[in-house]
Design a protein around this ligand. Structure first.
Ligand code: GLC
Length: 481
């Protein structure tokens, strides 16, 4: 099957969050399946262009229409591809190549990703690379199914399109005038792009895609409710017949405690006690905490944003430090008030709290390995990947039972039996506190059970093989229509 995957980010080229990880692993997993040809298309951001590791050659260039204007677009192909995947970058100095800094957040993001979405279709048409299915992701490529139906169906008569929601918070809202100025879609599509008088690109994709998926089974169900759906619940309820949740995997090749080059010691599920202890001691030393093997180290790698559950952590952290003999280590950047809170707390409790307000993939890996307990109290979480990374490295998760956290961390009892971690159902500080206490108690008083639980976590199959097979089933289903 010929599969084109379109996205606004993909590791190792460019990544701002979980979407980037998925776009690294899913195309490769699909390419490993016999008979598949996979093409990944990404924007040619300045940071990709400036990185000498990524060698490209120009396939061709063309004029892309953005509204009534014409814009230069080039197709750059990554030499040799990556893990069996062909990779194209859409080149535009104006929209991507000459812009330093973050990959999102420009005032004209709507126009930039309209250009990108349309150019992906143009590029495939010009190169004669006609896929059986297109899989596109989040608001940045949400226009693809709509353009495909409205303006490109003669070029791609049999191509089917799947749209995947990784996070419903960012929907691609624009003023009503964006429809005429930038989108230039036929008039009949005004209604499907419209939400309360404005343009909503994600809504258009939900309505025009052949199938819609999201990144966990529970999140698919949660999206039927206003609490989670940020206004799109009626749209998704009406489209429930074509909505499926497929829980992401992680790249078990990259995230492997037996080989990860970022770690000071290596281990696997059959023998991890010494290796993990060495990683913990090195980590405590690295972040300036007292090197104490017997004190449980609670860790968190996260964007410092409210919906990641930091408000709950802030609420309970002093009580936790007062009641329990623990160390807490947090890595991430984000909202200034959280950054300041954790900086100040680490000054107040230098022996118990360490805050690394930075983005550091190597340190993140050492934290997954060196921690004892991984905290992830997200208010909502479409899938979440770091809880799986933590489990793979033998770090026991404590999570809010929502979205993908609920699907990947079945709850265990207070003796650590019957599940993979400690969970709490209702989003409040006391329940979170109780779940953390259960984990700490198990660590202190039933160490053998704690180790058993670590081992069970490490033995899980979090690879992309199963999710990739589920994507394939849906692709095949679309092709029968
Ligand atoms: C988004 C979601 C996260 C998910 C990731 C990959 O970042 O917030 O929960 O794991 O996408 O699908």
């Amino acid at each position: 099957m010929k599969i084109a995957i379109l996205a606004s980010e993909g590791a190792p080229f460019c990544k701002s969050g979980g979407l980037g990880d998925v776009m690294e692993a899913l195309p490769a997993a699909l390419a490993r399946i016999e008979g598949n040809e996979v093409l990944l298309i990404l924007p040619y951001y300045k940071r990709i262009k400036d990185n000498p590791k990524f060698k490209v050659r120009e396939l061709c260039h063309f004029e892309a229409g953005v509204g009534w204007r014409q814009a230069y677009a080039g197709i750059m192909e990554l030499e040799g591809g990556r893990e069996g995947v062909r990779v194209w970058f859409i080149d535009s100095e104006y929209y991507f190549g000459a812009r330093p800094g973050a990959i999102y957040g420009d005032i004209d993001d709507g126009e930039r990703f309209t250009f990108f979405s349309k150019s992906c279709l143009d590029a495939m048409a010009i190169q004669g690379w006609i896929p059986d299915v297109i899989q596109c992701n989040d608001w940045q490529t949400a226009l693809v199914p709509t353009y495909l139906k409205a303006m490109y169906s003669h070029l791609f008569p049999k191509t089917r399109c799947m749209y995947t929601i990784h996070n419903i918070e960012y929907q691609g809202w624009a003023n009503a005038s964006f429809f005429d100025d930038v989108l230039y879609l036929p008039w009949e599509y005004r209604g499907c792009m419209d939400m309360n008088g404005s343009v909503n690109m994600m809504k258009g994709a939900i309505e025009t895609a052949d199938l819609v998926t999201t990144v966990s089974e529970t999140y698919a169900r949660e999206l039927m409710y206003p609490y989670y759906a940020h206004g799109l619940d009626p749209i998704l309820s009406a489209a429930a017949w074509k909505l499926t949740g497929i829980t992401n995997g992680i790249d078990v090749g990259t995230f492997n405690p037996a080989t990860d080059p970022a770690l000071p010691a290596h281990y696997d599920s059959t023998s991890f006690i010494q290796g993990k202890a060495a990683c913990k001691a090195a980590l405590q030393y690295e972040v300036g905490l007292p090197v104490k093997p017997e004190v449980p180290l609670l860790v968190m790698v996260t964007r410092l944003a409210g919906h990641k559950g930091l408000d709950l952590l802030c609420y309970i952290i002093r009580r936790l430090l007062w009641e329990e003999d623990v160390q807490i280590l947090i890595l991430g950047t984000g909202e200034p008030h959280f950054e300041q809170f954790f900086r100040e707390l680490s000054r107040e409790y230098p022996d118990k709290v360490a805050a690394k307000i930075t983005f550091d993939l190597g340190l993140a890996a050492r934290i997954y390995a060196g921690g004892d307990v991984y905290l992830m109290p997200s208010k909502s979480e479409p899938c979440g990947l770091s809880q799986m990374n933590a489990m793979r490295y033998g770090t026991v998760p404590v999570v809010h039972a929502t979205g993908g956290l609920r699907d990947t961390v079945p709850p265990c009892d207070e003796h650590g039996k019957g599940g993979l971690g400690f969970t709490f159902q209702s989003y409040n500080g006391d329940d979170f506190h109780a779940a953390v206490s259960r984990a700490v108690h198990l660590y202190h008083h039933e160490r053998n059970n704690f180790r058993e639980l670590q081992k069970t976590c490490m033995e899980q199959d979090f690879s992309w093989d199963k999710p990739a097979a589920r994507y394939m089933n849906l692709f095949r289903q679309m092709l029968t229509w």
